[in-house]
Ligand binder design. Sequence first.
Ligand code: ZN
Length: 94
Amino acid sequence: MVYLLHFDQPYKHAKHYLGWASDLDARVAEHGHAHGARLISVIAEHGITWRLARTRPGTRHRERQLKRQGGKSRLCPLCGITPCPATVRGRSTP
Ligand SMILES: [Zn+2]
């Protein structure tokens, strides 16, 4: 599974974390206990909460592909609900 975490407040340039896990529930539980990705424990130290924005079936290869593409907010339904100007530009709402 490829998953996207949405931070409730941005940390430096980061508003999202894109990761991959074969067992998502276990992986998110790890993040919740701050033993997951380094970035997640750093934002937790800053009191920033995060939400699981999206999951999709995919491989590690797909995760790397998405990371290279950038523009993670375009993938994020939470950002789509309350878009900031940068994400509104060039976006047509159905
Ligand atoms: Zn988002």
